[in-house]
Design a protein around this ligand. Structure first.
Ligand SMILES: [Zn+2]
Length: 270
């Protein structure tokens, strides 16, 4: 297996993975979406809410505020030694809001969520939660915990995790007269026509739409789009709670654990 990053920031990445197959890529994708734990607000205690939003809608909106996740300190509630339904410092983080509009309309932002532990703070300070008219107030305590995307989508640590086959575009130079029709039709602009020569750039952008093949007036076509069955381009966008590196590392750890469990079951059966 060969892995190479095409581009990467702390929260987004595109990587080429070679020497694997669809079941492996799909397992990786599904584990990232549904099994890598992340932090989200799960319960709130409303002390005062005179805003236009009722408590349930407020709780729902707060649940979807992405929080920084600390997987080294916090436990999943099910795996926490406290075994308490109320949680402890190792499986629950508290955030509070106390905002009042005085003489003008005030927007409550995610920055108004004040964390007890600064490591579990909103990823962005600019997420609007609600608006308060003069004299309206929100005062509440919110409890965040680790959870998995398969329980509720608010615990999904990524906004995007998708893969596609690595594209292969072949131009038959004997047949091609560089009419340029394929260059004009390509929606991703990956083809070039320089001095009557069709060239390819940014091959990773190709979506395998095969419009270029359809546009080619030659029969058989002078351009052919296929894909490598054992190479994939994986795109990941973290919601900011975990870095892309950590997401990949955790997903592989989970996949490894699943394979080991499966092997153990097989040997037990024997
Ligand atoms: Zn606990």
């Amino acid at each position: 297996m060969k892995v190479r990053f095409v581009d990467k920031t702390d929260v987004t990445a595109r990587l080429i993975i070679e020497g694997v197959d669809v079941p492996f890529m799909n397992a990786l994708r599904r584990i990232i979406l549904t099994e890598v734990p992340s932090m989200a607000i799960d319960e709130i205690v409303v002390l005062e809410n005179s805003s236009i939003l009722n408590d349930e809608i407020l709780a729902h909106r707060l649940g979807f505020v992405p929080l920084k996740t600390d997987l080294d300190t916090y436990n999943l509630p099910k795996e926490c030694p406290c075994k308490s339904e109320f949680g402890c410092n190792l499986c629950r983080a508290t955030l509070t809001i106390d905002v009042e509009a005085t003489d003008s309309v005030k927007t409550v932002y995610s920055s108004d969520l004040v964390p007890n532990n600064p490591d579990i703070a909103p990823v962005s300070n600019k997420i609007p939660i609600t608006k308060l008219a003069p004299d309206q107030r929100i005062r509440l305590e919110a409890y965040a915990r680790l959870g998995k995307g398969k329980e509720h989508v608010k615990w999904q640590p990524v906004s995007v995790c998708a893969y596609k086959y690595f594209p292969k575009v072949k131009i038959n130079e004997k047949l091609c007269d560089a009419c340029g029709k394929c260059v004009d039709v390509c929606p991703k602009r990956i083809l070039t026509n320089v001095e009557k020569n069709i060239g390819i750039r940014n091959i990773t952008e190709c979506t395998l739409c095969q419009d270029c093949e359809d546009a080619c007036p030659k029969d058989p076509t002078a351009i052919e789009v296929t894909w490598d069955k054992n190479a994939f381009i994986l795109g990941i966008e973290s919601n900011g709670g975990l870095s892309v590196d950590r997401l990949l590392f955790e997903s592989l750890k989970i996949l490894d654990g699943k394979a080991e469990n499966f092997l153990n079951l097989l040997t037990e059966k024997k």
